[in-house]
Design a protein around this ligand. Structure first.
Ligand code: ARG
Length: 290
């Protein structure tokens, strides 16, 4: 452990995100263990909670773009799955389940009309749900949704190193439900000093070993915090937007000099999604991908 006595100074970086107001949110089918169509959902409450996230991003200086919700596509609120964008290129999603395939064109049309070059996917992948940029590398999840072949494909599209990680717990079916990128700046000597947080029990042994080796300073989050979707968070390098129920993670973040911003998206958790799921990072061509 290289814990120093001094808390590092964290700096907030400007972010540009794509979000989708959950006007048609409902749980009408089940494609993950959180979704129970028999349980009632409250669309009004989902919109109110989503609005608190939107407002928090704006209040902290971030730029939010909106994509129009499409009737009959209740999961479109989870924009993280709409693609993966770096250097002005949008690698499109190809959803595992037919229930979500109708989202593919609306997302790609939005990216095209906002100046992104499109990389059409051949392989099944669910965008930033399973692909997370850390410095120059892409951490890529598989096991439930995105395939291993999509890991190869995204590496070819962006010419970046891709580190494959295998998820083993069906409740944590996307990488962004089990791992948060806190500060994407890479350290020297090939070791990522910076910082991620993850839920060790969500990964297989080989993936855990990779994470331990590459991210020796990572925050290891407890099962209790993982279970309330504490890892499904967004970070600007200083402010970390997390569930108010992830109290242990909140304390760990404070110890490391981050500023937790508590946002309750309990209604959207009925669909198996949280803060990060509702947030897709837009990285334009001329932008630093920090
Ligand atoms: N109901 C959606 C699904 O199962 C939730 C997606 C959550 N998104 C995420 N990035 N983890 O596909």
């Amino acid at each position: 452990m290289s814990l120093t006595t001094q808390t590092p100074v964290r700096v907030a970086q400007h972010r540009t995100y794509l979000m989708c107001r959950p006007e048609h949110f409902v749980v009408s089918y089940s494609i993950n263990p959180w979704m129970e169509p028999a349980k009632p959902t409250n669309t009004g409450r989902a919109i109110e909670q989503w609005q608190t996230l939107f407002d928090a991003y704006i209040a902290l200086g971030h730029e939010i773009h909106l994509i129009d919700p499409v009737p009959g596509l209740p999961d479109m609120v989870y924009t993280a799955n709409g693609g993966f964008l770096v250097d002005g290129v949008a690698y499109g999603p190809k959803f595992r389940f037919a229930e979500r395939s109708g989202e593919e064109r609306p997302f790609m049309d939005w990216f095209a009309s906002h100046g992104y070059h499109l990389a059409e996917p051949v392989e099944v992948n669910e965008g930033e749900g399973d692909f997370l940029l850390v410095g120059d590398i892409i951490l890529a999840g598989t096991g439930f949704r995105s395939t291993g072949d999509s890991h190869r494909e995204i590496g070819e599209v962006f010419g970046r190193e891709v580190v494959s990680l295998t998820l083993t717990d069906p409740r944590f079916y996307h990488l962004d439900t089990a791992l948060t990128v806190l500060d994407p700046v890479q350290g020297e000597g090939g070791v990522e000093r910076a910082n991620i947080a993850y839920l060790p029990g969500a990964f297989d042994d080989a993936s855990r070993a990779i994470l331990e080796e590459r991210f020796p300073d990572a925050i290891l989050v407890s099962d209790a915090d993982g279970d309330v979707f504490g890892l499904n968070s967004a970070s600007d390098g200083l402010n970390v937007f997390i569930s108010p129920r992830a109290t242990g993670f909140e304390a760990q973040l404070r110890e490391r000099g981050y500023n937790p911003v508590l946002i309750d998206l309990s209604e959207l958790l009925l669909g198996g999604g949280g803060i990060k799921c509702c947030t897709l990072e837009l990285r334009a061509a001329n932008q630093e991908n920090a």
